[in-house]
Design a protein around this ligand. Structure first.
Ligand SMILES: Cc1ncc(COP(=O)(O)O)c(C=O)c1O
Length: 357
């Protein structure tokens, strides 16, 4: 019998699985989740409705009702198509699988969302990361355009706003990239509820541009639902790679129900945006701490040199779990990332950070 080492592809042997720490008992500010529970009346209505969901049947394979709801809630322009994924992670994987011809390439900005490069590896695409400007994480347009012209990748990802840096790149520069690219450019708008800006309205203008959204950050991370919007011709091809029934019945009904209460979630997002400003100001007032401007529901901040890992651990000892970005090295060497939580959670985090410093 062949060994595991012999059988598994070398690039998979080299990988580490996506790390998710055990957050039991912690104030959880590590994963950009919405911290607010649903109001009681909403919970009652939802649980009541779930009684009628047919658990013994496969889900609607094209999730028609939910798709219509999403098109309205996410302002998808008339004539543009929509494909749903089990989280936007799955959509990234679907697109990559469909485009992974031999020698196919993927380009994304660095530091960026780690799943882009991981999925490139899963499907055997060559991944090329273009560094952002080190001082402020803005887009290096010249370098990005040059990289795209040189490699003409099949797939380009631009997170708008970006994770982990939390900034939104200059929109005109993104348009330039879309124009220069001969492949598909995906604008990943996972953090749109906190950015108050979007490329959705520009969909008809660029045939190679697609817009990806998720309901995770809005407050439905547990339901796993992502959405890709764009030209139906593209979506028809990607849809062939999507596994049938990828959106289960509970997700279809629950997201549809939740989005019928969209103002509730929009209000929570507005609260998070207001609390983000306060949290940013509070961080700036701490000696040696430097938050980067944020258009998302999290803040990347620098701490005194060489102290990131230690501060992360001290926060944990005080019951607060954030994300230690310093492990990634390079421009993130002295950085930590905190999700904006409730007012009480933010206060607890700030107090823990102050005493740890
Ligand atoms: C930029 C970006 N895109 C996509 C995702 C994945 O979202 P989902 O929960 O829909 O898989 C994340 C999650 O953190 C993200 O930061």
């Amino acid at each position: 019998m062949k060994s595991i080492q012999d059988l598994v592809r070398p690039e998979i042997l080299e990988l580490s699985a996506y790390p998710v720490p055990d957050a039991t008992g912690y104030i959880k500010l590590d994963a950009m989740e919405n911290p607010y529970p649903w109001p009681e009346a909403m919970l009652d209505e939802w649980t009541h409705r779930l009684r009628d969901v047919a658990m013994n049947r496969y889900p609607d394979p094209s999730a028609r009702q939910l798709t219509e709801r999403l098109k309205t809630a996410m302002s998808v322009p008339e004539g543009q198509g929509v494909m749903l994924g089990n989280g936007s992670d799955e959509i990234i994987q679907i697109m990559a699988m469909a485009l992974a011809k031999p020698d196919a390439k993927m380009v994304a900005l660095e530091p960026g969302f780690v799943m882009y490069s991981m999925i490139a590896r899963f499907v055997g695409m060559e991944y090329i990361g273009v560094p952002l400007n080190a001082e402020d994480f803005s887009l290096d347009l010249e370098k990005t355009v040059e990289t795209i012209k040189t490699h003409q990748p099949e797939l380009v990802f631009i997170a708008y706003p970006n994770n982990p840096t939390a900034n939104a790149f200059d929109a005109m520069s993104i348009e330039k990239i879309v124009e220069v690219a001969e492949g598909v450019v995906v604008i990943d708008e996972a953090y749109q509820p906190f950015a108050e800006d979007s490329f959705m309205g520009r969909l008809g203008r660029f045939p190679n541009m697609l817009v990806m959204r998720t309901v995770s950050k809005l407050g439905l991370a547990g339901l796993r639902l992502g959405m890709l919007a764009g030209a139906p011709e593209w979506l028809t091809q990607f849809d062939k790679v999507r596994l049938p029934y990828n959106i289960n019945v509970l997700t279809q009904h629950s997201v549809d129900f939740a989005l019928s209460h969209l103002p509730e979630f929009e209000q929570q997002a507005a609260q998070i945006r207001a609390d983000r400003r306060q949290l940013c100001e509070a961080l700036s007032s701490l000696e040696g701490v430097e938050p980067y401007p944020s258009r998302a529901n999290f803040i990347l901040f620098r701490v005194p040199e060489g102290r990131a890992a230690e501060l992360f651990e001290r926060l944990k000892e005080r019951g607060v779990l954030i994300k230690n970005m310093s492990k990634a090295g390079g421009v993130l060497s002295h950085c930590l990332r905190v999700t904006v939580g409730t007012a009480e959670e933010n206060k607890a985090f700030l107090e823990a950070l102050k005493s740890s410093l």
